[in-house]
Design a protein around this ligand. Structure first.
Ligand code: KIV
Length: 274
């Protein structure tokens, strides 16, 4: 179930050492074929709980389960050789207590071969992060807009504006001091993301943050234009695969109805090669 050669894969320590260096390239992946594509180019591949919305049509990340994360983690591991695989801890799998977090993080690591887990939350999760790290589980933190708290935050708004900046800076300091090897900064004012990046000792990975972060991450289906239900401002579409797929399916339907597909090229005879 693990990455085919974990010795060759980047470790959380390798990623941690990239602070202030060449920006870390990070993307999500949920399946083996996509993992194979991103592995060549990425330093870190996140099996994000965004899988719930992107692949399972769920309205938010809240209904995502441990079973889903383990299944997609196993699929992604089969496609990775070089990148560090990080698996998201789903909603309600770690908030109750450090012990609950350890139990579920250990299951994710053992069943998927992930090199680290990611969990959402700042200062209030610092004790849990420290507990996991001291027991051998590398943790990527995630602060700013934390989608698992969407009901408490009241929407997918930019965080850390005006006086709220102090809270986010405090979160960043707390997760770094607790031993996280890296932290995702989601949907923050660019100036705040830059300040945090210069203040803390671990790499910041931005999504809707700033080009000054130590790395960037996007949801793969967003940047490929595969998930096009909505497009946040921070997403750049590098391809339009949903349009390409719709056009391909339209052509197929047209050709089947017109008996233009299959042609002789696609059918078998008694003698011909398969
Ligand atoms: O679940 C996810 O894909 C994430 C990224 C957006 C950082 O947490």
């Amino acid at each position: 179930m693990s990455q085919s050669n974990p010795q060759k894969a980047l470790s959380a320590a390798d990623v941690r050492a990239r602070k202030g260096g060449t920006p870390l390239v990070c993307l999500t992946a949920y399946t083996t074929p996509i993992a194979r594509i991103v592995d060549t180019h990425c330093d870190l591949v996140l099996v994000g709980d965004s899988v719930g919305m992107v692949l399972h049509g769920l309205p938010s990340t809240l209904p995502v389960t441990m079973e889903m994360m383990v299944l997609h983690g196993q699929a992604v591991a089969r496609g990775l050789e070089r990148a560090l695989m990080v698996v998201d801890m789903p909603f309600a799998s770690y908030e109750e207590s450090p012990r609950q977090a350890l139990r579920n993080a250990a299951r994710i690591m053992a069943d998927t071969g992930a090199g680290a887990v990611k969990l959402e939350g700042g200062r209030h999760m610092a004790e849990t992060i420290r507990f996991l790290v001291l027991r051998g589980i590398p943790v990527m933190a995630h602060i700013g807009l934390t989608p698992q708290s969407i009901n408490a935050l009241g929407g997918y708004h930019v965080q850390g504006k005006g006086d709220d900046a102090a809270r986010i800076r405090d979160d960043a300091r707390a997760v770094a001091e607790a031993g996280a090897f890296s932290v995702v900064l989601e949907k923050l004012p660019a100036a705040l993301a830059n300040e945090i990046t210069s203040e803390i000792a671990i790499p910041t990975v931005g999504i809707g943050a700033s080009a000054g972060c130590d790395g960037q991450i996007l949801v793969i289906d967003d940047m490929l234009g595969l998930f096009d239900e909505f497009k946040p401002k921070f997403v750049k579409r590098y391809a339009h695969l949903a349009n390409d797929a719709a056009e391909a399916v339209r052509s197929y339907a047209e050709e089947v109805r017109a008996r233009k597909f299959p042609t002789l090229e696609h059918v078998f005879t008694d003698e011909g090669a398969e």
